[in-house]
Design a protein around this ligand. Structure first.
Ligand code: MG
Length: 204
């Protein structure tokens, strides 16, 4: 199982991080040890002083595929949920500045929290039109609309599958909307997909 994450896929988030608008999808991977499931708490690691949440729509891959054409991409995932792409922002800024790989800031243990999957058929409006929201300590801090993605889900699957064979059980994080921010010990994060609570996480 692998976790593929898209970066810089919402214009307003690109602005808040002062990044450049990419010409093609930006992606990176997290290992299986990054997975955090069943609403388990997240323990802030001691190597960062700036741990950020990024709330993202996550797809579950349901069949093997390589060089998938955008028009067939939809058949390669069967369910969606929300996830937190936990990021050590201070380390990420350091890696970016030095031109180093991102893994230590993005792919550490428990950095990929995922919620309860919902079959995609349940969403008659289509996955590309889903809305989501994240509340930190009861206050909405992120709102996402999948139709604002710079690169559509079909395009993401097509692009990523040129480089990696997708397999059943892989996960695709599709990028974060604006509103990312720091977490502290004692915080509670709650994520809602079309109003339905699918993921929560206590920060320890
Ligand atoms: Mg992200």
């Amino acid at each position: 199982m692998k976790i593929i994450c898209i970066g810089q896929n919402y214009r307003e988030h690109i602005k808040e991080l002062k990044s450049k608008v990419p010409q093609q999808p930006v992606f990176f991977c997290k290992p299986d040890t990054a997975l955090l499931i069943r609403n388990r708490p997240f323990y802030i690691p001691d190597f960062t002083k700036e741990l950020h949440y990024e709330t993202e729509l996550v797809l579950r891959i349901c069949k093997v595929g390589k060089n998938i054409e955008p028009k067939f991409a939809e058949s390669y995932y069967d369910a969606v949920t929300l996830g937190f792409d936990f990021t050590a922002r201070d380390l990420q800024q350091y890696c970016r500045k030095e031109g180093l790989p991102w893994e230590m800031s993005k792919a550490f243990d428990n950095s990929a929290a995922i919620g309860q999957f919902i079959p995609k058929e349940k969403f008659t409006q289509g996955v590309q039109n889903l809305h989501f929201e994240m509340k930190k300590n009861g206050e909405t801090v992120q709102k996402g609309d999948a139709s604002d993605m710079l690169f559509t889900i079909d395009r993401l699957i097509s692009h990523v599958s040129k480089f990696f064979t997708l397999r059943t059980g892989d996960y695709l994080f599709t990028g974060t909307p604006p509103g990312v921010g720091c977490v502290s010990i004692g915080d509670r994060l709650e994520a809602f997909l079309e109003g339905e609570a699918v993921l929560h996480c206590d920060i320890k």
